[in-house]
Ligand binder design. Structure first.
Ligand code: MG
Length: 176
């Protein structure tokens, strides 16, 4: 479609040891689990991958550039704030979400029970209907570091449409 943009995002974080007492936060949702992911912020791989897909689609660099882990202000930050900032940049440039597809790669814990809450949070932050957001989980079948449960990875792809282009297309279609 004219004015559409596609973006891809990927992130991976290792688990912190249980004694670190970090919560496991995925897609903005805190999931009961003995170990959380290690990272400067809340290490939410899902929202980080989604932010990078958005920023990539609009040619605005990446999350690490916008919110560097060298900035003490980002220490322990909620990645929901990163997502809201990326969404505001997207919207400010005239784009809206056509659809977002996310794959969480995790040997543990089970992701599926938490998908509805993640979708609700992401849809609200992006100002998109929930049926435009897809989140699914894949187990790495015990292969490699992810398969040994050493961390969690996430991939995402987003398609954005430009409001101006969509409006022009609708006007053209109305004119026949
Ligand atoms: Mg990250």
């Amino acid at each position: 479609m004219i004015g559409s943009r596609v973006g891809i995002g990927y992130d991976i974080h290792p688990f912190a040891p249980p004694e670190a007492g970090r919560p496991l936060v995925l897609g903005g949702v805190t999931i009961p689990h003995p170990r959380g992911l290690a990272g400067h912020s809340d290490a939410d791989v899902v929202l980080h991958a989604v932010c990078d897909a958005i920023l990539g689609a609009i040619g605005c660099g990446d999350l690490g550039g916008r919110f560097p882990d060298t900035d003490p202000g980002n220490e322990g930050a909620s990645s929901v704030e990163f997502l809201r900032a990326a969404a505001a940049t997207m919207s400010g440039r005239g784009f809206k979400v056509c659809n977002l597809d996310v794959v969480v790669v995790a040997e543990e814990p089970k992701i599926a029970p938490h998908v509805p809450a993640m979708k609700d949070l992401i849809a609200r932050a992006l100002g998109a209907p929930e049926d435009r957001i897809s989140i699914k989980a894949k187990r790495p079948e015990r292969l490699g570091a992810l398969g040994r449960g050493e961390g969690i990875a996430c991939e995402s792809v987003i398609l954005l449409g430009h409001r101006g282009a969509i409006a022009r297309l609708r006007a053209l279609l109305r004119r026949g």
